[in-house]
Write a protein of this length. Structure first.
Length: 269
């Protein structure tokens, strides 16, 4: 256990010198052991601080979470459209009460878990159905009004587009939702708010279609009310009776003339 000639240190002056000669060598070894431990303890905080500084100085690599890629987004949108279309068909053909989660899953081919991820619940699906109705109306009007410049031509485009839409399963599903939504059907909808949303969408659409009347909120609102009330009544009539095409054509012609007078009368005023 020899360490060579004894070396003096502060601990030795305290502990070794007072000892007897026989115990001095053992005490000397003990002092050096204690001193070594003390040096390591004193040096350890420096090591820890040095490591911490290096960690701070080292540039951290940022791990950016990638969002869904184009293929994933396309698949997600396709699934969403399938669910909306399945819900529309279920509601239009079988009624709101029969449009259960199981029936929508069966028609769409999407699991209920996947549907919940997209929409949350059945109410979310019906909100999407309403959004689809408004998008379809806008698309129909844009399709019919691309070449219309006169008021008469734009009125015709609006009436024809709205009439096509009201015979579509999307509107039939919307009508069933408005009639049959109850807590027992698992649906929580505000009918008044939905109708107000449709009215605002019609108002905005009429403002875009007839920019010269955009300053007259009363005129555009009247156009929307007449349009929706007349065509929804005609669509309801055709549910219970087979009407001749000539009668439907005359009804549409009267509606167009009425709207032209409403819009044109504002111009003359």
């Amino acid at each position: 256990m020899g360490r060579g000639p004894p070396r003096c240190n502060p601990l030795e002056l305290v502990f070794v010198q007072p000892c007897a000669v026989a115990d001095r060598a053992e005490a000397h070894e003990l002092c050096w052991d204690v001193l070594g431990v003390a040096r390591r303890e004193l040096r350890e905080p420096e090591v820890k601080v040095g490591r911490a500084v290096k960690e701070i100085e080292r540039p951290k690599q940022k791990t950016q979470r990638r969002g869904p890629g184009p293929v994933q987004r396309q698949r997600s949108e396709e699934k969403r459209e399938r669910v909306i279309r399945a819900a529309i068909e279920c509601i239009a053909e079988e009624g709101l009460q029969q449009a259960t989660a199981g029936r929508i899953v069966e028609r769409s081919g999407i699991s209920w878990g996947g549907i919940q991820h997209q929409f949350g619940d059945k109410t979310g699906i019906l909100d999407a159905v309403l959004d689809q109705l408004l998008r379809d109306l806008r698309d129909q009007v844009e399709q019919f009004s691309t070449r219309a410049t006169s008021i008469e031509g734009r009125v015709r485009a609006l009436v024809d587009a709205a009439w096509n839409l009201l015979r579509d399963p999307t509107y039939q599903a919307f009508r069933e939702v408005m009639r049959g939504h109850t807590p027992s059907a698992g649906v929580r909808l505000d009918s008044e708010a939905l109708l107000q949303q449709v009215g605002l969408a019609l108002l905005e659409l009429c403002g875009e279609l007839f920019p010269e009347r955009r300053g007259s909120h009363k005129t555009l609102s009247l156009v929307g009310v007449i349009l929706f009330a007349t065509l929804s009544g005609m669509a309801e009539q055709q549910r219970y009776a087979v009407l001749e095409d000539s009668l439907t054509s005359r009804q549409l012609a009267v509606l167009r003339e009425t709207l032209e007078r409403v819009i044109g009368g504002e111009a003359r005023a």
